[in-house]
Design a protein around this ligand. Structure first.
Ligand code: NAD
Length: 446
């Protein structure tokens, strides 16, 4: 799908005209192709800083080294930056953020990645220290807004005590081009979900059975394709009317199709029947969704009922059947598609936003419940992503919406697929109960 301003800014003849007219010139975002690599940061230069030595910082440094990063020269360019603020003891320690990043920001390359670590504010009884830890989030979000025009991103990880050994996977995701459209997000790394012994860094979903609903097109198709690259064995589900495109996606992913309307009364039993025959499921991606926008005063009851049935009730019913039926394996993953409309609400979307906010509450509850079995549950909240759904927006509104984020552009389905795939991997065992936005730090609800 063509993005007018991005096209203008890449055209050497028209670029000066666009600049003179004061139009934004979105930076082309670097993205990864293919599956995870053993040493994704080979040839990348990292600037590291810390307030005091901590277990979290040590684990992150070791992970960076193992992933092939080399230290940036003191005055040279930096592709990656890692700052460990977990060792703060007082508000005055925040000055270290200024001292590290003030000279570094001009040295950050286009598409640079910044990751800041801190400890959770609730883990201290010292109110001043709690304030300092929370301040790091405000700092990181603002930094992300400042460097976004270069296609660079900044994210934060609150690392809970005892979860330091779970940083590796998150760090590899957030400091790589795979997180191109994940920006200004506070992640939480916790030890609540029981840990699995093996944490492969490549072929991360080898042999795992994955169900993706709504896989015939858009985000679902991209998720299926990306997970297949990691070795997943896919069951691609969609409605009967999408049979041909679903078959194409399944063929490209080496998977099989399952035709079902997720909101049908017998859908949970039919899905369970197929998965039981395949020996159960490791990852469930609830992606199928419908948009039925209308202001509440003008909304037909059918539009309300359909949205609720497909976007929320189906998820609850299907999972109940699969979990109570013992079909979701230990160390499994539940991933639901939410939306920034679920975070912030939106005009004409009372039905849609209710379902997408419902999903946020749902994964938080499931995460608590399933942690003893090592199962994680998370929601992914996309912003504006270039899919067929987006083309229904009027041109001017679409162009304006594309600029309402720190990167001044919309995302692509692969961006969402990368985040969903990361959450499905064993290396994401520290991330559970969260709603992660993949929205380029969209202004809505930020
Ligand atoms: P899409 O309309 O392109 O694809 C949705 C798929 O779900 C289709 O293949 C459709 O046939 C299938 N589906 C719909 N109802 C179904 C049902 N009852 N049973 C089985 N399958 C059904 O949408 P998309 O843009 O790829 O969005 C995927 C998910 O991401 C949705 O949940 C959507 O709400 C969410 N999302 C998308 C965006 C975006 O910008 N594209 C933003 C935020 C959230």
């Amino acid at each position: 799908m063509s993005d007018l301003l991005s096209a203008l800014s890449r055209n050497p003849l028209l670029r000066p005209l666009a600049k003179r007219a004061g139009l934004p010139a979105p930076q082309r975002l670097s993205r990864s192709e293919g599956p995870y690599e053993e040493r994704p940061f080979a040839g990348r230069h990292v600037a590291c800083g810390a307030i005091n030595a901590t277990a979290a910082g040590d684990a992150a440094q070791a992970a960076l080294h193992a992933a092939g990063a080399s230290l940036a020269d003191e005055h040279g360019p930096a592709d990656l930056a890692l700052f460990d603020a977990s060792g703060m003891t007082a508000v005055s320690d925040l000055k270290a953020l200024y001292e590290f990043f003030h000279p570094l920001v001009p040295r950050l390359s286009a598409n640079a990645r910044v990751l800041v670590l801190t400890a959770p504010p609730e883990e201290t009884e010292d109110s001043g220290l709690a304030a300092a830890r929370r301040a790091v989030e405000g700092f990181t979000r603002s930094l992300a807004k400042e460097i976004g025009k270069r296609g660079a991103t900044a994210n934060l990880a609150y690392v809970e005590g005892g979860a330091e050994n779970r940083i590796d996977g998150l760090l590899r995701f957030l400091l790589s081009p795979r997180s191109a459209y994940v920006d200004g997000q506070p992640f939480r790394v916790s030890a609540r979900a029981r840990l699995n012994g093996s944490m492969p860094l490549t072929a991360t979903l080898q042999g795992k059975r994955v169900l993706v609903t709504g896989a015939a097109q858009g985000l679902g198709a991209a998720i299926a394709r990306r997970m297949a690259e990691e070795g997943a064995r896919l069951v691609c589900l969609d409605i009967a009317a999408s049979r041909q495109s679903l078959q194409d996606v399944a063929d490209a992913s080496g998977g099989e199709i399952l035709l079902a309307d997720v909101s049908a009364a017998d859908a949970p039993q039919r899905i369970a029947g197929r998965l039981a025959a395949l020996g159960g499921v490791d990852v469930i991606v609830h992606n199928a969704g419908v948009l039925r926008d209308k202001t509440l005063a003008k909304m037909d009851e059918r539009l309300w009922d359909l949205s609720l049935a497909v976007n929320l009730e189906a998820i609850v019913r299907i999972d109940r059947e699969l979990i109570e039926g013992g079909l979701l394996h230990d160390h499994g993953r539940l991933i639901c598609l939410s939306s920034i409309s679920g975070v912030a609400g939106n005009v004409g979307q009372t039905n849609y936003s209710a379902t997408k906010a419902g999903v946020i509450g749902y994964v938080a509850s499931r995460a608590r419940q399933l942690a003893p079995r090592g199962i994680t549950a998370n929601a992914v909240a996309p912003g504006l992503i270039e899919t067929p759904m987006m083309m229904s927006m009027p041109f001017v509104f679409r162009e304006i919406s594309r600029r309402m984020n720190s990167l001044s552009q919309s995302g692509v389905p692969r961006d969402v697929a990368e985040l969903v795939t990361f959450l499905a991997t064993p290396g994401a065992s520290g991330v559970s109960g969260q709603t992660i936005r993949v929205c380029g730090q969209n202004l809505i609800g930020a």
